[in-house]
Design a protein around this ligand. Structure first.
Ligand SMILES: Nc1ncnc2c1ncn2[C@@H]1O[C@H](COP(=O)(O)OP(=O)(O)O)[C@@H](O)[C@H]1O
Ligand SMILES: N[C@@H](CCOP(=O)(O)O)C(=O)O
Length: 293
């Protein structure tokens, strides 16, 4: 059985804890019944001892598997990870979603995507990464009565993402602690209006509006100060023709959206200037989690 889950970029500027989008970069796991428990790791995190000894996937998978199944079985887990850890591309959401989906699939139980999304919410209480990880595309999401309420929109092929991944991680949990406890009324109004405009721009495919609509006063500047070079990455991306450029999740990745025809030029400009960072172009994913039995 094989499960794959896309990487995601959350917030998209002003949509803190609400907006998110999926790209084609993914984590994949193949699980087979086996005589003994064993794990193989390839790609991102392959040399990380935490992923070998205390793997979040295995512990979430076990929680669900033991609840769903009364049989005692062992499995071989083969992980192929493309999503870098703690770079703001939703690695933790991908793990949560794939572990829950795998536990149901291995027991042959069909799991509705909405139920999967609500189960994932117990492990990550903001819905902006888990919603695109499950559904693909652009998503606006909120939580009410412990349920994710969302609206989803596919992204056309005419758009691509140009992504700059710094060599330093930022932990989401720690980064959230650097944010202010209180915001001024002006900043709140700014973010509500920009996040609403950004959502409307995605829904109506008014791509020229993204630049203005993606401005934020709630989290980016506080987080980007930890790595001031990110301000230069953002300026360079916009100067090279990106439609918008925002801190991806809690960082450290800078995520730019552009017309497909401009992607190679923007990627080249960013790679020339920030050769010490990983720079690449990606398509958007409109499918979300995929399960092959
Ligand atoms: N492939 C993986 N396998 C197991 N655990 C993972 C994997 N990727 C990420 N994690 C867990 O998620 C944590 C990173 O989460 P977080 O700081 O929220 O970063 P991100 O922005 O990538 O979601 C890691 O420290 C690790 O505990
Ligand atoms: N809204 C969250 C999103 C965190 O995304 P991640 O990919 O960095 O885990 C936040 O901004 O804290």
């Amino acid at each position: 059985m094989k499960v794959s889950v896309p990487a995601t970029s959350a917030n998209l500027g002003p949509g803190f804890d609400s907006l998110g989008i999926a790209i084609t970069m993914k984590n994949q796991v193949i699980i087979r019944p086996s005589k003994f428990h064993s794990v193989s790791l390839k790609g991102e995190g392959a040399n990380n001892p935490v992923l070998k000894d205390n793997n979040m996937f295995i512990s979430i998978f076990n929680d669900f598997y033991h609840n769903l199944s009364h049989k005692k079985r062992h499995f071989r887990f083969e992980f192929f990870n493309e999503i870098p850890l703690s770079r703001g591309l939703g690695s933790s959401s991908a793990v949560i979603v794939s572990a829950i989906a795998s536990a149901y699939a291995i027991e042959g139980i069909k799991l509705d995507k909405n139920k999967l999304l609500n189960l994932a919410l117990a492990y990550e209480n903001h819905p902006d990464n888990i919603t695109p990880a499950v559904m693909g595309g652009f998503n606006v999401a909120t939580v009410q009565d412990n349920e994710v309420r969302y609206i989803n929109k596919s992204i056309p092929k005419a758009l691509k993402a140009v992504i700059v991944v710094p060599n330093r991680p930022i932990s989401t949990q720690l980064s959230r602690k650097t944010l202010p406890f209180k915001y001024s009324k002006d900043d709140v109004i700014f973010n509500i209006s920009h996040s609403s405009l950004l959502t409307a721009a995605f829904m109506s495919e008014d791509w020229k509006m993204l630049r203005t609509a993606s401005l934020d006063k709630v989290h980016q500047k506080y987080r980007m100060k930890q790595m001031p070079e990110l301000f230069d990455v953002q300026k360079s991306a916009l100067r090279s023709g990106a439609l918008m450029s925002t801190l991806s999740g809690s960082g450290s990745t800078l995520f730019s959206i552009c017309f497909a025809d401009d992607a190679k030029r923007i990627e080249k400009a960013l790679r020339n200037r920030f050769s010490h960072f990983k720079v690449f172009t990606s398509d958007f994913d409109n499918t979300g989690v995929k399960i092959d039995l």
